[in-house]
Design a protein around this ligand. Structure first.
Ligand code: FAD
Ligand code: AMP
Length: 479
């Protein structure tokens, strides 16, 4: 006899645990199955995001930023600090503590919401039957009216760069170096490559990023991407575009990476290499042949706009389905599915998923880039505000960056907001809210922002759309 639930969630990453907690809040008898084993081999909740993704990377980014800021920039403000040192094992231990606090916090939330937890692996069969195998090998059959698959993603491995225990690692390995490698190669200059490259560059590594594409940060607005490339170069990161890695060879403790660029075949030697060439959906041993769930050609579980798969009553959310591989996108999908199961009718607005690169300066955007608006053939106006003109940025001793607002020429409706600068990750939320409410640039301009704040940069950029910004010389002067 199978144990029966209203909802079974497979995977307790951000998408899955949001789905489970919301289901339980809505009065549904909910179970969640999670197979992750943390560093000490103990079951851990929170998936990639909490264990080896968003949170540990941000813990290292913050620590390394504070280190560089203290060492190099506090002097600008009249604060003398001598002998600044970093103890990398202590940095890693603090990061692990943050992770463990949060993963046990999620376990506590599941428990306090009355979600039944199963620690081990789930396999989905026809009729929403789930075969559960615990870590000790014992098995149990579960069944539910609704199943939510949230099995996430794993790093892509490429044949030229087979991973090793120590020298060639993926993003997970790069969160645990106990010393900064002297020369560090990063393959892939996407968001993860840039964040991890920044961490180790700040801790003293000479970082070279090898990126196959000719364009830098293609999903970002080109003006912002250009500014970002300039800042990263200033920080000493060597970003080589149009550089396709073709092989690796290990001799002793050195890795030779071979690559091809416009000049032909080349090679470089590194003490360690991080492979950060993207992530792929994870469905290994998840689906029995009769599950009824189908995949697309790239291995993502096929779902419609409400995250329903081809199998009745089976949903899939998060990195394992189409759309940006971002924690917050999965969280909203998880909540949407739980509420739809409970009879409500929410939808996820996929047009307004904010993206953030947590480097310094931070880069954040929502909506369309200028190149996308142009390609769509729409007429538009742009307002930009340089953070160098912000009083708060000057007071903070951090004036790099700009805010850019793109609005439809005829309706003034905001089409996209692009920010590079300190706190861009926080400021972008204001733009998301405005755009969710279909704000015009004028609406944002008519809104009062506290002074002095970095957010005033968004206010000024919105005013600049119609030439009304106060703190910059306006190109367009309109009444
Ligand atoms: P996951 O978090 O991957 O969770 C899936 C869970 O399912 C896992 O715990 C897995 O063990 C479990 N599972 C899989 N198969 C089974 C099975 N058969 N039975 C039981 N359990 C199973 N995103 C952001 O939004 N912001 C960031 O700053 C950010 N930084 C990142 C930094 C790094 C270094 C990395 C690697 C990723 C980062 N991401 C970030 C991406 C983010 O981590 C993912 O988008 C997010 O974790 C996806 O959530 P998910 O719930 O879909 O899947
Ligand atoms: P993302 O998908 O944003 O995580 O970024 C991964 C990046 O890795 C992409 O920009 C890819 O172009 C890049 N990439 C993939 N394969 C290679 C390779 N063999 N050499 C260099 N860069 C690569």
């Amino acid at each position: 006899m199978a144990t029966k639930f209203d909802v079974i969630v497979i995977g307790a990453g951000p998408a899955g645990y949001h789905a489970a907690i919301r289901s339980a809040q809505l009065g549904l008898n909910t179970a969640i199955v999670e197979k992750w084993l943390g560093k000490e081999g103990k079951p851990a909740y929170g998936g990639t995001c909490l264990n080896v993704g968003c949170i540990p990377s941000k813990a290292l980014l913050e620590a390394s930023h504070k280190y560089v800021d203290t060492r190099d920039h506090l002097g600008d403000m009249g604060i003398e600090v001598k002998g600044v040192k970093v103890d990398i094992p202590a940095v890693i231990a603090r990061k692990d503590q943050v992770v463990s606090n949060l993963t046990s916090g999620v376990a506590g939330l599941l428990k306090s919401n009355g979600v039944t937890t199963f620690e081990g692996t789930a396999k989905l069969h026809a009729g929403r039957e789930v075969a559960f195998t615990a870590h000790d090998g014992s098995t149990e059959n579960l069944v539910a009216d609704n199943v939510i698959v949230a099995t996430g993603s794993v790093p892509v491995e490429i044949p030229p760069c087979p991973l090793t225990d120590e020298l060639i690692v993926d993003s997970t390995g790069a969160l645990d170096f106990l010393t900064a490698p002297k020369r560090l190669g990063v393959i892939g200059a996407g968001i993860i490559g840039l964040e991890l490259g920044s961490v180790w560059s700040r801790f003293g590594s000479e970082v070279v990023l090898l990126e196959a594409l000719e364009d830098f940060l293609p999903p970002a607005d080109k003006q912002v991407a250009r500014e970002a490339a300039k800042q990263f170069k200033k920080q000493g990161m060597d970003i080589r575009l149009g550089t396709r890695v073709t092989g690796t060879d290990i001799k002793g403790k050195q890795v030779t990476v071979t690559y091809t660029d416009s000049e032909g075949d080349k090679s470089e030697q590194f003490d360690k290499v991080i492979v950060a060439v993207g992530r792929r959906p994870y469905t290994e041993e998840l689906l029995a042949a009769d599950s009824g769930v189908t995949m697309d050609e790239r291995g993502f579980i096929y779902v419609n706009e409400t995250c329903l798969t081809d199998a009745p009553g089976v949903y899939a959310v998060g990195d394992v389905v189409r759309g940006p591989m971002l924690a917050h996108k999965g969280m909203e999908e998880g909540i949407m599915v739980a509420e739809r199961i409970a009879g409500q009718m929410p939808l996820v607005n996929y047009d307004l998923v904010p993206s953030v690169v947590y480097t310094h300066p931070e880069i954040a955007w929502v909506g369309m880039t200028e190149q996308e608006v142009k390609a769509a053939g729409d007429e538009y106006e742009v307002g930009t505000f340089p953070m160098a003109a912000s009083g708060r940025a000057m007071a903070n001793n951090d004036t790099v960056g700009l805010v850019k607002v793109i609005a439809d020429k005829a309706t003034d409706r905001i089409l996209g907001v692009h920010i590079i600068g300190n706190q861009a990750s926080e400021m972008i939320a204001e733009a998301v809210i405005a755009m969710e409410f279909e704000s015009s640039a004028e609406d944002l301009g008519l809104t009062m922002f506290a002074h002095p704040t970095l957010s005033e940069g968004l206010h000024e950029a919105a005013l600049a759309v119609s030439g009304h910004a106060i703190h910059i010389a306006n190109r367009k002067r309109k009444k």
